[in-house]
Design a protein around this ligand. Structure first.
Ligand code: GLN
Ligand code: ZN
Length: 753
């Protein structure tokens, strides 16, 4: 049986691409040196796939920043403001990704959004009225030439026209339909070029198909592909879907002239039923996504063989595939030196998933698959007791009642009490929690981790950082302070390491956006709080100031969403377990004199099911309660904040209000503040800080710019409810831009008062 994958992690096993890119941004290496690193990585990744006998190897899955951005550039969708900078193509690309501030001008970056239901972010293409969509770039062809020279059996991958157009932003008068013709032409030209080059397979990724589709969407998809597929010539075209099933358009897509269709049998709840009910055209190849591209547990060969058995009578050729790009899992287990083999054997990262595909292919080729050694070994793994349960935790979750999810007194009463307690000025200023993580801060953590310094030295260093950070905030004139989070590598990993039931890794990085990677911990067993996690830092920070110091925690939904979850208990049970652990920490902070506690739910929005019909029944019904469980036990005068990354919660605005926090801060600065109307229309009750400037870019916002943002907010939000803050934590920023940015912010708030 043939095998393929949809994409491979591109940052490298030790994040080589990240480090090279950052060096390039700092002017420490040349563009050529950066290109060379990239080229080496591509070749290493292809070779690894070749060694595992992958039959069709993705090419053009590489990216310096993001594949959507690559696609925009390929299609000539480069907005005027970037062209006007007159930079090199590579620097123009990075200006779109990161913004640019320098001798050539001052422009903001593209907006960034979560890629479907993952923690990966894509850059939102901007299409202007003057944009002329046409095939303009060379990247896929150049990478194909590289692959060909290395003898790689290439499959050229690209985001498909439908998904590209559906996710793009149209910034002028024109709308999507004005660009369909040119986009179709560009993809036809793309296929013509692949014909010229002799490419065997072209994969077009259309994940948008797993969302709820309207009749117009389906008509648009069909219209686009009728023309595009007529231009395919000798190139075989694979329609690849992932992150769910294609229940709205199964018959339409199978009727089109694709040579292969990729379906997700892991997350696609209805995929199997669709295939069985409607059949699958025998002349097409089914690319069956059976190896989970998002989670790190070993594939159960028994389950996979069952899927294949069910498919065989219905389908012609089947190619074994991952459920989505392996971009969403870490690179390799090989670098995990501290994780015992008894754990490791249960996991498969990207490299090990290649081995799984190879094994599955061999097992399937055998006359007696169940008798093969690989199959039996796998069977045995799934029969083993993992020794991961905690009866006490299970008892607590089972004993939860309605009352555990309700904070008293009601919001309005608390709001009054808190206004009296804190006496904050109007438009109070604050930050989201972290301050710049300098080299020294990271070095201190690393040294402690490696045992090079004592705990005392480690703590003293951090205390000094906290003291400096508090002094800086007082000097800048912020109203509600933070300790800076210097002890944290990552807002989830830190808690994972403090909680029982979690496992953590050394090098298991996953790209989040651009050069930013995260190292999600693994939920191994029942979760509980072994000891206080943040109390001593917060108490120390509070001791340095009269201003309120926010205790800073990560909420249960975010901890869970940014971890690799268990597959043997429900997400709800796991979220309640974590919720109980964080609740203990909240009460501990309160007991120790912390009067404002922020519980970040940065990732609550991102795992909202892609289909609306599943929102309440499969997600909001347990995520909102999990958050309420965390804070329902605090006193009325304790102020509970929450923070969310990104502002796309117009559709669930009522549920966000129902989290019953006292204050929420979120990101609106990159999304032209449209969320403000939604807040106003829905009489949003929670106090809000919609983020007055974008921290994902090194640009320094001017006071005037921030004043404009605040005024706009004040036109929609009652002045008693508005907070002034950056749109996310500052840890990825440098001190150099952070200080003037915050100074400008405080000055703007004062002016507006
Ligand atoms: N408190 C966290 C910080 O400031 C929140 C980060 C986030 O929202 N991603 O870093
Ligand atoms: Zn954030």
């Amino acid at each position: 049986m043939k095998t393929t994958i949809i994409g491979f992690p591109r940052v490298g096993s030790l994040r080589e691409l990240k480090f090279a890119s950052e060096k390039y941004f700092r002017g420490e290496i040349s563009a050529e040196e950066l290109q060379n690193t990239a080229k080496e990585l591509r070749s290493t990744h292809w070779q690894l796939q070749q060694e595992n006998g992958i039959s069709l190897i993705p090419v053009n899955d590489f990216s310096f920043y993001d594949n959507m951005l690559d696609t925009a550039v390929l299609l000539n969708a480069v907005p005027e403001r970037y062209r006007a900078l007159s930079l090199s193509p590579l620097d123009t690309y990075f200006a779109m990704a990161r913004g640019y501030q320098g001798e050539h001008g001052d422009v903001k970056a593209f907006a960034m959004k979560k890629w479907f239901n993952t923690n990966y972010h894509y850059m939102v293409p901007e299409i202007e009225d003057t944009t002329e969509i046409r095939l303009a770039g060379e990247k896929p062809f150049a990478e194909y030439a590289e692959a060909k020279a290395l003898g790689v059996p290439a499959k050229l991958v690209l985001i498909g026209p439908f998904t590209f157009l559906k996710l793009a932003r149209f910034t002028g008068e024109k709308t999507l339909s004005d660009f369909v013709e040119d986009t179709v032409k560009a993809y036809c030209d793309y296929l013509a070029k692949l014909n010229e080059l002799g490419v065997a397979w072209a994969e077009l990724d259309e994940p948008y198909l797993v969302k709820d589709l309207s009749a117009e969407d389906i008509a648009l998809f069909t219209q686009i592909y009728k023309t595009v597929l007529a231009a395919k010539g000798n190139v075989k075209v694979l329609l690849q879907t992932y992150f769910g099933d294609v229940r709205d358009c199964y018959s339409e897509i199978t009727a089109l002239d694709f040579d292969g269709i990729g379906l997700d049998f892991t997350e696609g709840k209805q995929t199997m039923a669709l295939v069985q009910k409607n059949g699958f055209p025998k002349e097409k190849i089914l690319f069956a996504g059976v190896v989970n591209g998002k989670n790190i547990w070993r594939n159960s060969y028994e389950k996979t063989l069952k899927i294949l058995e069910q498919l065989r009578p219905v389908c012609g050729e089947i190619v074994l595939n991952t459920s989505c790009s392996l971009l969403h899992v870490p690179y390799t287990l090989r670098n995990e030196t501290k994780l015992a083999e008894s754990y490791q054997k249960h996991f498969a990262f990207a490299e090990e998933k290649l081995e799984e595909l190879a094994e599955l292919s061999q097992i399937c080729a055998s006359a007696q698959p169940q008798a093969t050694e690989a199959y039996q070994k796998n069977q045995q793994l799934f029969c083993e007791d993992r020794h991961c349960s905690n009866a006490e935790v299970q008892r607590k979750v089972a004993a939860l009642t309605e009352a555990d999810f309700v904070r008293k007194p009601a919001f309005a009463e608390r709001e009054k009490i808190q206004q009296e307690t804190f006496q904050l000025p109007p438009l109070p200023t604050t930050t989201i929690g972290s301050f710049p993580q300098t080299k020294e801060v990271r070095a201190n953590r690393a040294a402690f981790r490696k045992g090079e310094i004592s705990e005392e030295q480690y703590v003293d260093f951090n205390k000094k950082q906290i003291a400096d950070c508090v002094a800086l905030q007082e000097k800048i004139g912020l109203d509600v302070l933070v300790h800076g989070e210097f002890e944290r590598n990552d807002m989830v990993e830190y808690f994972g390491e403090c909680l029982e039931g979690y496992l953590f890794t050394e090098k298991a990085w996953v790209q989040s956006y651009g050069t930013r990677c995260v190292k999600p911990p693994i939920v191994w067993g029942d979760v509980s709080r072994a000891k206080p996690m943040t109390v001593k830092w917060s108490v120390y920070a509070q001791s340095l100031t009269k201003k309120p110091m926010k205790g800073m925690l990560t909420g249960p939904v975010t901890i869970l969403n940014w971890s690799f979850p268990r597959e043997d208990i429900s997400l709800q049970d796991c979220a309640y377990q974590i919720g109980l652990a964080i609740r203990e920490e909240v009460l501990d902070l309160e007991k120790n004199g912390i009067r404002i506690i922020q519980v970040d739910e940065a990732a609550l929005r991102e795992k909202l099911p892609l289909r609306k019909s599943d929102w309440k029944t499969e997600y909001l019904n347990w995520t909102i309660p999990a958050f309420r469980l965390v804070h329902s036990g605090v006193k009325p005068e304790t102020q509970v904040h929450t923070h969310m990354c990104y502002s796309e919660f117009a559709d669930i605005i009522q549920d966000i209000d129902d989290m019953d926090a006292d204050v929420i801060t979120f990101e609106a600065s990159r999304s032209d503040l449209t969320i403000l109307d939604v807040l106003q229309e829905n009489h949003f009750r929670t106090e809000v800080g919609p983020g007055v400037y974008d921290i994902h870019s090194p640009r320094i916002p001017t006071t005037a710019e921030i004043k404009t943002a605040i005024s706009k907010m004040l036109s929609r939000i009652p002045k008693e409810k508005l907070w002034v803050n950056p749109d996310c934590g500052l840890k990825t920023r440098g001190i150099a831009e952070t200080v003037p940015s915050l100074e400008n912010m405080v000055e703007a708030a004062k002016a507006c008062r």
